[in-house]
Design a protein around this ligand. Structure first.
Ligand code: ASP
Ligand code: MG
Length: 599
């Protein structure tokens, strides 16, 4: 007999008929000999409707009253679902978040779960009942019983947290799509259903997958090793398995209050190669990394910073023992990239042998501003200069001088209260993991470039500290390689992306630092295209294939940033979807059958 937590989303319980259909499915699961806990969302668009009602009364409703209001949506569903079960002869009981003892922090509208008391649920299960629990809600403590909600999309989080605390055998997320797809099927109709995806990949694909499965739910599944599957409410197809690594033992107290950063990673034996002043036109990155892949050299971090005039800098790191080979390729290709062979002010190769890469990783950094800033600040306080920065959804990597590596690790572990961990993404790679699992485009970001920032410790810390103070979440961050001497001071460029709606506020906030840089350029017409796959670790040629696919479509790359299992390119906005299609095809992700997706 298995214990299964099943979560049904808003569309799956959107009408009385649908609730009845779902009730049949639950009954069937029980008849197969399982104990079932059901978590439901509010019916259809109920939550949106309730938000709309509040907005008609006031543009600034109090967060407490919003929680009071929105939590009613789920309460309607648990009662109706329980009636539907009873009507077909299945004993069942509905319980609110408070009744289940889902205790959260006292943060209205975005509370994190602290603990769950599973006794009451277990009691009902032992009576042979199905327990139907309201998703998305909890109470702030066992004393003052304030109703809280977990943030939009939060019932996934409720379900996985319940599965973790009940030590359920499975957690099934039922939705109106067949599972997780290789890309957004509204943009690329040939998107294919994935059989499986790792939690780390899922988190890096947050911009693609967040609508199907909330990142906080993925984080809990990963931390507690919950066996998770996303599948359709309307068929028996197996859906997509979201695979967790074997978890470190962890207490169920402070369930969701895990640290924003849960790992510090280190690679002390790297070399860095920078190509300065390569032409800013389509095909250059493809050419360079194509050659490198041809030599079977595996590159680690890659960054291309914002262009300067009509040229770019591209830098990458490799493990030390292939540095010579990589350098030879870069040297050989540099003259080819010059517009006139004799023009030596163009395309210059710079090699640095002794560099180390230090990274902080953690799903908790999604949507929490200030994590990158804290890393930069910590390094600055230790007087460690950052040579390269590259970030992704759940990781910030900095390249520093090798001699500073050990110190960087120790100050970071102290600042984030952690021990040095091994590389989690790589260690989770299944032997069969494809180099690219899925691709995503984000067209709602803006790129901000800050030119000629003084090159000394503390500058990145200053910039991202100011943004964090203003509650602005930064997405991809990169720092350029080219060092320009202005009035005797070396300077570099730093660029990053933020949500478009935050671009203006970011610029305003950064004006307070205008002493330390020359100018700030905002570009709202960008799209960020990303590929994600645990199998790209240690596999040469993945980046080259990505860049080549863009080059074939004559799409210019404005910026490149990477992490172990993700490569992102910023391209002109009007080419975003074309780029997505090209890349999806290049990695042969297209399915033969088209996937039915409701409008
Ligand atoms: N009903 C809530 C929302 O619409 C929670 C959920 O459905 O996950 O955001
Ligand atoms: Mg949802």
């Amino acid at each position: 007999m298995a214990l299964i937590v099943q979560k049904y989303g808003g569309t799956s319980v959107g009408s009385v008929e649908r609730i009845q259909t779902v009730a049949q499915r639950i009954r069937k699961t029980v008849q197969q000999g399982n104990k079932v806990v059901v978590v439901v969302s509010a019916m259809g668009k109920t939550t949106d409707t309730l938000v709309g009602l509040a907005q008609e009364i006031t543009p600034n409703p109090s967060r407490r009253e919003m929680d009071m209001l929105l939590s009613t949506g789920e309460q309607v569903t648990i009662a109706l679902m329980t009636m539907a079960l009873q009507e077909i002869g299945q004993t069942a009981t509905s319980l609110t978040g408070a009744q289940v003892g889902i205790v959260t922090e006292a943060e209205h509208s975005r509370a994190r779960i602290l603990s769950i008391k599973p006794d009451r649920i277990k009691h009902h299960l032992d009576q042979g009942e199905v327990v139907v629990v309201a998703g998305f809600q909890g109470i702030s403590s066992r004393e003052n019983l304030e109703i809280t909600t977990l943030g939009r999309g939060g019932s996934d989080t409720s379900a996985v947290a319940l599965a973790a605390s009940l030590k359920a055998n499975f957690c099934e997320i039922y939705t109106d799509v067949p599972g997780i797809l290789t890309t957004d099927p509204r943009l690329v109709p040939s998107a294919r259903l994935m059989e499986e995806i790792t939690c780390d990949e899922m988190l890096e694909l947050a911009s693609l997958g967040a609508k199907v499965l909330h990142p906080r739910a993925v984080e809990i599944a990963r931390n507690y090793g919950v066996s998770l599957v996303v599948r359709s409410s309307w068929s028996d197809a197996p859906g997509t398995h979201v695979i967790s690594p074997i978890p470190k033992p962890r207490s169920l107290e402070g369930l969701e209050l895990t640290k924003a950063v849960d790992g510090v990673e280190f690679d002390g034996e790297q070399g860095k190669i920078a190509l300065l002043r390569v032409p800013d036109r389509p095909g250059i990155a493809a050419r360079l990394f194509g050659e490198i892949a041809h030599q079977q050299v595996d590159v680690d971090l890659i960054i291309q910073s914002i262009h300067d005039g009509n040229s770019n800098d591209i830098a990458f790191t490799v493990v030390k023992n292939v540095l010579n080979k990589a350098e030879a390729v870069a040297e050989a290709i540099a003259p080819v990239l010059r517009s006139t062979p004799s023009n030596s002010t163009e395309a210059e190769v710079m090699v640095e042998t002794g560099v180390a890469k230090v990274s902080i990783a953690g799903a908790g950094m999604i949507g929490r501003p200030g994590i990158a800033a804290k890393m930069f600040k910590t390094l600055a306080a230790a007087k460690i200069n950052i040579e390269m920065i590259s970030t992704s959804e759940v990781k910030v990597s900095c390249v520093v001088a090798q001699k500073d590596g050990d110190r960087a690790i120790s100050v970071l572990c102290e600042a984030f209260d952690l021990q040095l961990s091994s590389n989690t993404a790589a260690s989770q790679t299944a032997a069969t993991a494809p180099p690219v699992r899925g691709v995503a485009v984000d067209t709602k970001q803006a790129q901000i470039a800050i030119r000629h920032v003084k090159d000394k410790p503390g500058m990145a810390a200053g910039i991202f500290g100011v943004l964090a103070d203003n509650n602005i979440s930064v997405d991809t961050i990169i720092q350029s390689q080219r060092c320009r001497i202005l009035a005797g001071t070396p300077t570099r460029d730093i660029a990053f992306t933020v949500a478009q709606e935050n671009a203006q506020a970011a610029c305003e906030a950064l004006k307070s630092l205008s002493e330390s840089f020359e100018e700030m350029i905002v570009d709202e017409d960008i799209a960020k295209v990303s590929i994600v796959g645990a199998g790209m670790v240690g596999q040469p040629g993945v980046a080259a294939k990505f860049f080549t696919a863009l080059a074939k479509e004559k799409i210019n790359i404005k910026m490149i940033a990477t992490s172990e299992i993700k490569i992102s390119c910023v391209v002109p906005q009007e080419e975003g979807v074309k780029a997505l299609k090209a890349v999806h095809d290049a990695f042969e992700l297209a399915g033969i059958e088209t996937v039915e997706v409701p409008a």
